[in-house]
Ligand binder design. Structure first.
Ligand code: C5J
Length: 231
């Protein structure tokens, strides 16, 4: 994929303030839109969550993904999961809580949160194209124990459009990691979701508080409007 070459600055309506970006140094980062989190029988449901809460993020992400593909933005999908032998799964993570099935146990979509299993895959509506980047991550943050930093450097990325699930866990952790590494994150509010609507709201509020302590928050129509200016 070839990123756009224009160095023009586009403004996006966002909170706490509008933000200008250069599409040539911007990527779309889609966090963990996996069947294990969104569909019944996966990791999310084993933890007792109502997985239907996450479906609302799919249409906004699909719209932004289509626009990103149209304007040639680098697209990066992440997947949380572990190696089949669980060698990258901290015992403290596997043992945590009282789930109906633990990480690695067989479930209706294969072994829970294990790479290569059907549940670990990305939902069909947002399925990565062959030329898009897929980062497998063992943790909540997309930078921990992954090649994401190298990928962003390779593409000369300075700004990330971030969406996915869940707002307060993997999206928030990744945005905080990115912020500490010098990236500007624009979080697409309606392109994120949580099993807990109040945590979704709090997760976004934390990012944009204090003048944008971790980044910016924008709605997908504002992002799409800015992308439409590009082509
Ligand atoms: C969680 C995630 N919630 N992708 N993972 O365990 O947010």
């Amino acid at each position: 994929m070839a990123p756009p070459t224009s160095a023009a600055t586009t403004m996006i309506a966002a909170e706490p303030a509008p933000i200008g970006l250069d599409w040539a140094s911007t990527a779309l980062l889609i966090i963990d839109m996996q069947r294990d989190f969104l569909e019944p029988g996966g990791f999310g449901e084993t933890l007792g969550n109502d997985v239907s809460q996450l479906a609302r993020a799919v249409p906004p992400i699909a719209a932004v993904l289509a626009a990103a593909r149209r304007i040639g933005l680098p697209v990066i999908h992440t997947r949380e999961g572990h190696l089949p032998d669980l060698s990258d799964a901290p015992p403290a993570k596997v043992a945590r809580g009282a789930p109906s099935l633990r990480i690695g146990d067989p479930g209706p979509m294969g072994r829970i949160l294990i790479r290569g299993e059907p549940g670990h895959d990305i939902v069909p509506e947002l399925y990565p194209r062959a030329d898009e980047i897929v980062i497998d991550k063992p943790g909540k943050g997309a930078f921990y124990a992954t090649e994401l930093s190298d990928v962003l450097q390779k593409y000369g990325i300075e700004t990330l459009l971030v969406c996915g699930v869940t707002t307060e866990v993997c999206v928030n952790t990744t945005v905080r990691e990115a912020n500490d590494r010098g990236y500007r994150c624009i979080v697409i509010a309606d392109g994120c979701a949580s099993y807990f609507p109040e945590f979704h709201a709090a997760g976004l509020a934390m990012i944009k508080a204090q003048g944008g302590i971790f980044g910016w928050v924008a709605e997908s129509p504002a992002v799409l409007a800015a992308m439409a200016e590009q082509g």
